[in-house]
Design a protein around this ligand. Structure first.
Ligand code: SAH
Length: 403
């Protein structure tokens, strides 16, 4: 006999997004809760006509009131469920020839891997885990247990300190949750990204320690860099800069406002004696200000990378963010030599590709430059985007060449 479960009853018509397999159920779609459920508990989702549709994680403080674990209402959400989903996500990546040889990759990309609110990034034998919603917070032990069984994993660090947890009524959780802790500067915690060694600080670095999503775009930069003067804005720990050096750049100027990020970048350069460190210049500064100074000085570059932080976390911030994107792209075009390449990105969920392209086009016009898109860019294949979850496609980029 089926155990009696608490049911989340939807308003009439609000089942449609579930039929499209979108995993979020918003507060406004919910008619009532039949039974009791605490934060993170599994509930059965039922439409106004009484049809059972899904199993979901209940989150009473969030506008996203529930996130679907399974569209099969009979699937049991237990330790075995998480084992299956984690194993499937890992197998998916093992089957991708594009990821062969990479020891740093995203193993679980939330909703797009059927695990809403779960991010797991692998760096060699270490996983950095980020739980951002009430459901996964409740199932921490099961998720950690499943990840610990992944081939070659020795330790797991939890980095659940993202601001979005506040919206779920959850406080930050950080610390080693599996295996033996090791110091952040332990050389074992580094990855080989296409021939460049990069240290990763899972404890104090940004997000889970490193921006794995830009791997393929860093490789593209390397392919374009030979003999060029390169400017890498928002360089963090120097991923793009080091690949540009590996590609034979004549010079690489890198800017970030964070001292610790730049210290990480210099340490990364030291890990790669094959690269010519004398061609690298690091600048601790605000990009918006530094680029204005460069303009006054008449400095120009052949290849410019603009990879700013998330200016628009949601659509509500889109307008202010659009101005910031316009500003740096305008400055970028002004500093670009004739025939130069601009690699420009936005990781804002609130700014879609179409809008981003318009912003960049507006910047080129204001700079008085004719330019064309040579390539549209996105995150790598270890960041899949479920077709029913377009929100998963947060990173967009353009390779633009200006006359
Ligand atoms: N391109 C990097 C990731 C960039 S993350 C990589 O491939 O790893 C964004 C970076 O922008 C962070 O390191 C942050 O410190 C920096 N940053 C944020 N605002 C800034 C500003 N106004 N000026 C300079 N750097 C800034």
């Amino acid at each position: 006999m089926r155990a009696i479960m608490t049911q989340l009853i939807l308003k009439d018509g609000k089942e449609r997004s579930l039929f499209r397999r979108h995993p979020w159920i918003f507060e406004g779609s919910v008619a009532r809760l039949d039974g009791r459920a605490r934060t993170g508990d599994t509930v059965e989702v039922v439409d106004a006509g009484g049809r059972r549709l899904a199993k979901a994680a209940f989150s009473p403080s969030s506008q996203i009131r529930a996130r679907v674990w399974s569209f099969d209402p009979d699937e049991i959400i237990d330790d075995a469920f998480f084992k299956r989903r984690v194993a499937a996500a890992v197998a998916r990546r093992e089957a991708m020839p594009q990821l062969r040889g990479q020891d740093g990759m995203r193993l679980i990309h939330g909703e797009s891997d059927g695990l809403p609110g779960v991010i797991a990034d692998r760096y060699g034998d270490t996983i950095c885990l980020q739980l951002t919603a009430a459901g996964p917070d409740k199932w921490r032990k099961a998720i950690v247990g499943a990840l610990a069984k992944v081939d070659g994993i020795a330790r797991i660090y939890e980095r659940s300190d993202s601001d979005v947890r506040g919206l779920e009524g959850l406080s930050p959780v950080t610390g080693w949750v599996h295996g033996e802790a090791h110091a952040a500067d332990d050389p074992r915690l580094s990855i080989d990204e296409n021939g460049v060694r990069l240290g990763v600080d899972v404890v104090a670095g940004h997000k889970t320690g490193f921006y794995l999503d830009q791997r393929d775009n860093r490789l593209l930069t390397r392919a374009l860099a030979a003999g060029k003067s390169v400017l890498n804005c928002f360089c963090y720990t120097g991923g793009f800069s080091l690949q540009a050096l590996a590609g034979g750049a004549a010079s690489v100027v890198s800017i970030d406002s964070s001292g610790p990020a730049l210290a990480g970048a210099r340490a990364n350069l030291a890990l790669n004696p094959q690269l010519d460190a004398s061609r690298a210049e690091w600048l601790e500064a605000d990009v918006f200000e530094a680029l204005r100074v460069f303009r006054k000085e008449g400095r120009k570059f052949d290849l410019i990378v603009l990879d700013p932080p998330k200016f628009a976390p949601s659509a509500a911030h889109a307008e202010r963010a659009a101005r910031a994107y316009k500003d740096i792209n305008l400055l970028g075009f002004r500093l670009l030599n004739p025939g130069g390449d601009l690699l420009t990105y936005s990781c804002s969920g609130g700014i879609g590709l179409e809008l981003f392209q318009k912003i960049v086009a507006g910047a080129a016009v204001d700079a008085g430059r004719d330019a064309r898109i040579l390539q549209r860019l996105s995150a790598g294949p270890d960041h899949p985007v479920a077709l029913h979850f377009p929100e998963g496609e947060y990173l967009k980029g353009l390779l633009v060449q200006a006359d």
